[in-house]
Design a protein around this ligand. Structure first.
Ligand code: FAD
Ligand code: UDP
Length: 370
């Protein structure tokens, strides 16, 4: 019987471990250097009964039937559809910037004129990345584009990535386009929601199999992996190869938690502060599962550079240089099919949860049914 080692008990590691254990009769040891499972999706109920997302708000969303039905084996979801408010000129404005936002931040006469011009220029219900939207000939639309760039993207992105929007990979700011619609939702996917018992419980159920053993507070570098037939590695590839070619850069995040003696702190689960303060956004957790308590818990999210040994890797920084460095490491993996890299860190890709899950499902198919 084959022995498998899975490094990392986040969604990527948990899904591949679950599939191996459930669909083959092979054994799996899954390790994580953290003292808990679920990686960045880890959540827990605090003393007030509020479900806290330790590493920032996690909202599940996907268009994939495959992923949705896979996850439904482990949990039901509520029908939460995420909306984000940004404070723009002191006004609570809907993000992505859409026709509703137009009327929130401008006087009606100005908004109506811009709306008319927008509808002449763009098809209704289309999404335009802000860097594309800046390319306007019309004076009024140019004014609007510069307004959105300056008030929503410039300062938020500079806080989040340490550089201006034009110096970040275009796909990153395109995640939050200018949306020519009246849809205030952050995601348009068919399926969205929060698992009713939280993400940690989902991962716990995935790993609840007689073929799986879990070892927490266990770093790959401290174990002898020579006896395993296959290794599925969801940590960072540069660390696996001992930083032979130098470090892959990441952004890290610092969450400052605060508890308040009142039922609610803000009007929405997530409020962005593009132009004010040093944090990017404030999360208020009780909104996600509609938890009832006289108290509330928030987290202010501060972005910072990843420094090895000081903080955690959160966001891969997509760029041609970094992809080239990743590929250089990837090519060190010889073809004996023993080590497989996956996940947000192992693939060095800005995966949402559904993309990380799909990657694990596809890798399982590739390894076991090729
Ligand atoms: P991770 O969750 O990072 O798991 C990797 C695990 O490997 C970690 O537990 C780590 O401790 C472990 N590990 C690493 N190296 C070693 C080692 N050497 N030895 C042992 N263990 C090791 N996605 C969404 O779909 N919706 C959202 O709303 C959303 N919000 C997000 C908010 C933030 C702030 C962040 C950072 C991400 C968000 N995501 C969201 C993305 C989501 O977190 C990821 O898609 C998902 O967590 C990827 O899972 P993973 O298993 O690949 O990585
Ligand atoms: N962004 C911004 N202002 C906002 C929201 C997002 O400038 O109010 C940019 C920023 O560069 C951010 C990117 O859009 O990193 C993607 O935003 P998203 O909310 O998807 O980021 P995540 O939730 O993954 O941190």
């Amino acid at each position: 019987m084959n022995k498998n080692l899975v490094v990392g008990a986040g969604f990527s590691g948990a899904v591949i471990a679950n599939l191996i254990a459930a669909k083959t009769d092979e054994s799996v040891l899954i390790i994580d250097k953290k003292e808990h499972i679920a990686g960045n999706c880890y959540d827990y109920r605090d003393k007030n009964g509020i479900m806290i997302h330790k590493y920032g708000s996690h909202i599940f969303h996907t268009n994939s039937e495959i992923i949705w039905s896979y996850l439904k084996q482990f949990t039901d979801f509520n029908t939460y559809m995420h909306k984000v408010i940004a404070i723009v000129d002191g006004i609570e404005a809907n993000i992505p910037f859409n026709f509703n936002t137009l009327y929130e931040v401008f006087p009606v006469s100005v908004a109506a004129k811009l709306e008319e011009k927008l509808l002449e220029r763009f098809k209704y219900n289309t999404k335009v990345p802000v860097l594309e939207f800046l390319k306007q000939d019309d004076e009024d639309l140019k004014f609007l584009a510069n307004y959105i760039y300056e008030k929503v993207f410039l300062h938020y992105t500079t806080k989040q990535w340490g550089v201006k929007p034009e110096d970040v990979d275009g796909a990153v700011t395109a995640r939050v386009p200018v949306y020519l619609s009246r849809d205030n939702r952050y995601f348009q996917d068919k399926y969205q929601g929060i698992p009713l018992e939280g993400y940690t419980r989902v991962v716990e159920k995935m790993l609840d199999n007689k073929n799986i053993k879990i070892s927490l507070s266990t770093d790959y570098k401290d174990i002898d992996a020579s006896g395993f037939d296959r290794i599925f590695y969801t940590g960072s590839i540069d660390e696996f190869y001992n930083y032979k070619f130098g470090e892959l850069p990441y952004r890290s995040v610092n969450f400052k938690f605060e508890e308040y003696n009142k039922p609610y702190y803000q009007s929405n689960a997530c409020v962005n502060y593009p132009c004010n303060y040093d944090f990017t956004r404030i999360h208020e957790y009780k909104y996600y599962l509609d938890d009832k308590s006289d108290k509330t818990v928030i987290a202010k999210e501060y972005s910072e550079a990843f420094v090895n040994g000081k903080n955690e890797r959160y966001y891969p920084i997509q760029s041609d240089t970094n992809t080239a460095l990743y590929n250089k490491y990837y090519e060190l993996n010889n073809s004996d099919n023993k080590v497989h890299f996956l996940g947000r860190l192992g693939d060095y890709k800005y995966y949402n949860m559904d993309q990380a899950i799909l990657r694990s499902i596809e890798l399982f198919e590739k390894v076991y049914h090729k």
